[in-house]
Write a protein that binds this ligand. Structure first.
Ligand SMILES: C[S@@+](CC[C@H](N)C(=O)[O-])C[C@H]1O[C@@H](n2cnc3c(N)ncnc32)[C@H](O)[C@@H]1O
Length: 319
């Protein structure tokens, strides 16, 4: 089946339900109450499921505020596509609310993967990340010196990588790898620094994933987790090219995101699809992109694609 044929019907705004959704979202007076409803629903559900959404938001905001200024690269102007409404935040990823709620939203996302089981947020998050790590493990050879987590947000993916890779290094008797988390949002990075109490991550870097400023061939492994659905296609191509530049020959890339072939996503109820689409401006471009072809074009080989859970696919490949 081609990539486009697998795209969920609701994600296509050229006709049918997708087109109707697009039109509704375009009307500010309808969008704002829709965003409000989406947020209320997400927060209520999360708190019912053991995620202390509002208390944690207060705590993280207070602790991160003093770190904000030192989390930004002076003069860095984000690309225009990045300054868009995302996830029901009018200022997208560039605001304290998005950053102080990202950990809770990431846990809520993990819980949604297995709705039939009453998992704790910690167990669901660990299960989600373990499946991603298992998919790339067979591609890793030898010692890993430097690992880069692109679009690290508040560091949930970065810390999970650090725990897994430190264990791997200890088991092999290697030196532990240096971990770098990179993101375009200083707010997210300030929260990441607060959350990284154990100092698992060497560097929290404020930069664009398509223009990292890092040296050619300096990385052994690059992770791109839940980032591409937030990018227009041109930006995804640019990020893949930059990743290929940064990886040493034989280095590995692991990416995970929504699985266009997931039957759960294909069958999302119209109301849920409407909310999802109203909060993800580039989701249609993501579903429309032939990712294996894009990877090959950027210089990667042998992409191994697998469903890592009922909603997501992981793609692991070599430079
Ligand atoms: C959904 S979060 C991913 C979170 C994290 N990787 C995880 O798996 O928990 C997406 C992140 O990508 C970041 N992002 C989006 N476009 C980016 C770009 N061009 N360069 C760097 N970061 C970007 C956003 O700021 C956001 O923090």
């Amino acid at each position: 089946m081609s990539q486009a044929a697998a795209t969920p019907g609701w994600a296509d705004s050229s006709h049918g339900l997708g087109r109707l959704i697009e039109r509704l979202i375009g009307i500010g007076l309808l969008r704002r109450p829709l965003f409000f409803q989406a947020r209320q629903l997400i927060i209520r559900t999360a708190e019912r499921n053991g995620i202390p959404w509002r208390a944690r938001r207060r705590e993280l905001r207070e602790a991160a505020a003093p770190l904000l200024a030192t989390s930004a690269t002076p003069g860095l102007v984000p690309p225009a596509y990045y300054v868009a409404r995302f996830h029901a935040y009018e200022q997208g990823n560039l605001c304290w609310q998005a950053a102080a709620e990202a950990e809770q939203a990431t846990d809520a996302m993990a819980l949604r993967v297995w709705p039939e089981e009453s998992l704790s947020p910690v167990v669901a998050q660990a299960r989600l990340r373990d499946a991603i790590h298992r998919a790339v493990e067979p591609l890793l050879e030898g010692r890993l010196d430097r690992v880069l987590d692109l679009g690290c947000s508040v560091g949930v993916s970065t810390q999970a990588l650090a725990r897994w890779l430190n264990q791997r290094a200890d088991a092999r008797g290697d030196q532990r790898p240096e971990l770098i988390g990179l993101d375009l949002s200083p707010d997210m990075l300030a929260v990441a620094r607060v959350r990284d109490q154990d100092g698992l991550v060497e560097q929290w870097r404020h930069a664009a994933a398509e223009k990292t400023g890092l040296e050619t061939g300096c990385c052994d492994l690059i992770s791109l987790q839940f980032v591409c659905h937030e990018l227009p296609q041109a930006a995804t191509h640019a990020v893949l090219l930059e990743s290929a530049r940064l990886l040493r020959p034989g280095g590995a890339l692991v990416m995970v995101d929504q699985d266009p072939a997931s039957s759960v996503l294909q069958r999302l109820p119209a109301a849920v699809a409407t909310l999802l689409k109203s909060t993800e401006p580039y989701i249609e471009q993501y579903f429309g992109l032939d990712m294996p072809a894009a990877l090959e074009q950027a210089g990667f080989r042998n992409p191994r694609i697998s469903a890592c859970d009922p909603r997501h696919r992981v793609i692991a490949c070599l430079r």
